[in-house]
Design a binder for this molecule. Structure first.
Ligand SMILES: Nc1nc2c([nH]c(=O)n2[C@H]2C[C@H](O)[C@@H](COP(=O)(O)OP(=O)(O)OP(=O)(O)O)O2)c(=O)[nH]1
Ligand SMILES: [Mg+2]
Length: 132
């Protein structure tokens, strides 16, 4: 049987040498670390979806910058297609409305949290990009 594809957007919110990681507060992947974001709704373009999700999850207005990568990953029950963008805070204080915890990570502490399986390749890419 064909796995269903879930199309997601994620924000790698950056402040100079740090990026913002969040820990999932509920559901199948509770406790795992991710980049905030969520499912693209019908009739939304990824950038719009991301602005909406970050407002909902963190009560913060972001600027969506360049696309980093589109991650494709097979979970046992679905296929994930995740559009990952650099982002920066425009307005707001990154309030955790749904997440359990959050951390600002540097290149050195990037692997100090338990990333969701789909994020590992992306995190490696970010590590390389943060070198500059
Ligand atoms: N947001 C986000 N989701 C990720 C990442 N890595 C990863 O495997 N996922 C998976 C977990 C979920 O199955 C799916 C995203 O769903 P989500 O739970 O964030 O979606 P949502 O915010 O719209 O939440 P909901 O309304 O479905 O509860 O993608 C990541 O870095 N960020
Ligand atoms: Mg989400």
């Amino acid at each position: 049987m064909e796995r269903k594809t879930i199309e997601v957007v994620a924000a790698v919110i950056r402040d100079n040498d740090k990026i913002f990681a969040t820990q999932r507060g509920y559901g199948e992947f509770k406790g795992g670390w991710e980049f905030p974001g969520g499912k693209i709704e019908k009739n939304e373009v990824p950038q719009q979806a991301l602005i909406r999700e970050i407002k909902e999850e963190l009560d913060t207005e972001i600027e969506v910058n360049d696309l980093i990568d589109i991650v494709e990953y097979d979970y046992p029950t679905f296929h994930l297609k995740m559009h990952c963008f650099w982002a920066s805070v425009k307005k707001g204080n990154l309030v955790l409305k749904e997440h359990e915890a959050a951390k600002w990570l540097t290149k050195e502490t990037l692997y100090s949290v338990e990333w969701l399986p789909a994020d590992l390749g992306l995190v490696e890419m970010i590590e390389r990009l943060m070198a500059k």
